[in-house]
Design a protein around this ligand. Sequence first.
Ligand code: ADP
Ligand code: DP6
Ligand code: CO
Length: 327
Amino acid sequence: MNMSGKARAHTNIALIKYWGKADESLIIPMNNSLSVTLDKFYTETKVTFSPEYTKDILVLNGEEVNEEQSKKIYQFMNLVRERSHTSHYAYIESVNYVPTAAGLASSASAFAALAAACNEALNLNMSDKDLSRLARRGSGSASRSIFGGFAEWEKGHDDETSYAHAIDAQGWEEDLSMVFVVINNQSKKVSSRSGMSHTRDTSRFYQYWLDHVDEDIASVKEAIRNKDFKHLGEVIEENGLRMHATNLGAQPPFTYLVPESYEVMDIVHQCRKAGYPCYFTMDAGPNVKILVEKKNQQFIIDALLKSFNKEQVIASDITNTGIEIIE
Ligand code: ADP
Ligand code: DP6
Ligand code: CO
């Protein structure tokens, strides 16, 4: 008998970044992180287990992924087999409604959707907490994509204690949106995984990062409680830049940012000067994400469209929907 399940998970963008692992194999992070889950970008994944398969196969966006690039998937599926006492291999069909490996968090929606699809296919009846722990093993940021709205990944200290949960923002997320400026949607040269590992191991600024991230988490939670957009924005912008500064302190140094990234940062500053509060953040790629109140979204978009074309500027609501079983 074939066992199958299909799930959808949305990407999330960290406002306070996860950057560095305490345990590379279990994916335990060095610090807590906090994100918003986005309506526009998601992954849909169907997984089918069968005794007839002789290996795991991933078909991503209609194309079979080669063995070299499927290593993360094989490891993840081995974990699923271990905990479900199944020996069957799986056929995985996944579609990313987000550019893959471009610093737009495809790994987050991908492994959250895969965890949920496996849970469904194998009737594992996992709680959201356990799904978050499982998704984490595929990609750290995926632990947060189990949930909608604001989510915090508690770093914990082992496999049991490291997982994300939703943060109640009393509906504030409905007033906010994120504007994406897609500078490059091609696959990046330095994956999040290798970038953060190199930085954690060699950056002269890494300890400084660790020394301040707990304060940032506390400030963001306070800003959410008070629905204080200016406070929220100031903290997240600083935190994101500090993450990128750690990369410049690595030996050898590197950066994900390009001239256009700085151009967008400058436009954000100009919008603020003009009286429209908005704040940027960047991940492991050159693309810039701008957090803004919906009432000011159009002003920001218009400002961006003076320098970028329509296809490059994408606005997304924050969704309250976590993982969903579809079909
Ligand atoms: P991103 O910024 O997109 O999260 P990462 O470097 O963190 O980039 O992760 C990209 C990797 O995630 C891809 O190379 C691939 O291994 C994996 N991935 C992305 N989408 C999927 C998917 N739908 N199914 C399985 N694996 C995926
Ligand atoms: C900069 O979750 O993609 O986007 O755990 O190695 O798969 P792995 O890395 P990943 O890293 C995301 C890094 C980030 C910040 C964040 O999302 O918190
Ligand atoms: Co990723």
